[in-house]
Design a protein around this ligand. Structure first.
Ligand code: 9MR
Length: 365
């Protein structure tokens, strides 16, 4: 997109106005509209992945830790914390003045085993409070927004029977948000989940937001994870969910965006397809390179998705990709191990793909 920028260049005594490309980076391009981020992994945090580190700094103004702040890693035992990588993560974001996100405080997955064995409601509440106060408290004022509760819903919009739900009942969500707000009153607090752009599950997420607000409990944003594919979900569903969440009074964030280009075994009928297709060329069609035709489809899909984000830029606060380059993506190992997927904007050599160029050149219309 060409945009006349308001500065003047002196060239050999001549004065001329400059028509410039709006920006040569994603964070620059989308700065007027929403933040652009990526999840960061241990190699990027520790510095082993120097190319990755440079690219993150260049392209992003917000980061999310892919794993290092999850309960199992940061507090593996009731009295044992490991803040080595989380400390480095926060410092990495601060060094370049990025908006540093915390992911995630209360989640049934990647949970420490001592929590899984708690059966007494008071003890569970104490464990939750302790975890939130200690982990969130350590980064008070530095981590600017936290995924307080992650993936609390079933696909039909009812509450998942997680260990927190079973032991504490449905109010565990309110308690988690209260503890978080008490710990860092200035911090933004989010509910984060996948498939909550779909109609049924969206009703569940809206209920969580409304119930919190009805009791005056702080919630600032909803995180639509955005683990999508080339056809699904529809742009209409994405758009409607942005509208519905904004109407409920929260900021909309796309928190874990990636687009798989591989066949999905769960779309197939029949049992045990996962095992049957393990290692099969049918399920891993591009082991060496992404065909140009699919690269084009991926770029088009990203374009369609970002058009709707731009259309609702007054409601969308942040778009974070789940991984920087294709080699980093969890989708190489899920739902089938050992595949070669291409869901992101940069290839395995950190080179921008067509989708990147498309997003950089997209005009807001
Ligand atoms: O990308 C993460 C992967 O490295 C972990 O093994 C996995 C464990 O559950 O979690 C992945 O990230 C998840 C995120 O924390 C929450 N939403 C779904 C993401 C993909 O599974």
């Amino acid at each position: 997109m060409k945009k006349l920028v308001g500065f003047i260049v002196f060239t050999g005594g001549l004065i001329s106005c400059v028509t410039a490309q709006q920006s040569s980076t994603l964070k620059g391009k989308y700065k007027p509209y929403f933040k652009i981020g990526t999840s960061v992994n241990s190699a990027q945090i520790e510095g082993g992945d120097t190319k990755g580190r440079l690219l993150i700094t260049k392209q992003c103004n917000t980061i999310t830790p892919e794993n290092v702040l999850k309960w199992q890693l940061v507090q593996p035992e009731a009295t044992k914390y490991d803040f080595k990588l989380p400390d480095q993560y926060v410092a990495l974001g601060e060094k370049d003045s990025m908006f540093v996100v915390g992911h995630t405080l209360v989640w049934h997955s990647q949970l420490a085993s001592y929590v899984e064995s708690i059966t007494d409601p008071n003890q569970m509440e104490k464990a939750m409070q302790e975890h939130i106060k200690t982990v969130m408290g350590r980064y008070k004022g530095r981590i600017k927004g936290w995924d307080v509760v992650n993936e609390a819903l079933n696909e039909d919009g009812t509450l998942r029977e997680s260990v927190f739900y079973k032991v504490m009942g449905p109010d565990y969500i309110k308690k988690a948000f209260r503890f978080a707000h008490e710990t860092d009153p200035a911090c933004e607090l989010y509910y984060n989940d996948y498939n909550i752009e779909l109609k049924e599950k969206r009703q569940g997420a809206l209920k969580i937001i409304k119930d919190l607000k009805a009791e005056g409990i702080r919630i600032d944003g909803v995180g639509i994870q955005g683990h999508w594919n080339l056809q699904w979900p529809s742009i209409e569903e994405i758009e409607q969910s942005i509208i519905d969440y904004a109407s409920a009074g929260v900021k909309v964030m796309i928190t874990e965006l990636d687009i798989t280009v591989l066949p999905n075994p769960w779309d197939l009928k029949g049992a045990d397809v996962n095992q049957n297709f393990e290692g099969s060329p049918f399920m891993n069609p591009y082991p060496n390179a992404l065909p140009d035709s699919v690269d084009v489809l991926l770029a088009k899909r990203y374009e369609d998705i970002f058009k709707v984000f731009l259309k609702h830029q007054d409601k969308v606060d942040r778009v974070t990709f789940w991984g920087l380059q294709d080699g980093d993506s969890w989708l190489n190992g899920w739902p089938i191990k050992g595949r070669t997927n291409y869901p992101l904007l940069f290839d395995r050599n950190y080179r921008p793909k067509k989708a990147y160029q498309t997003l950089l050149n997209l005009s807001k219309k």
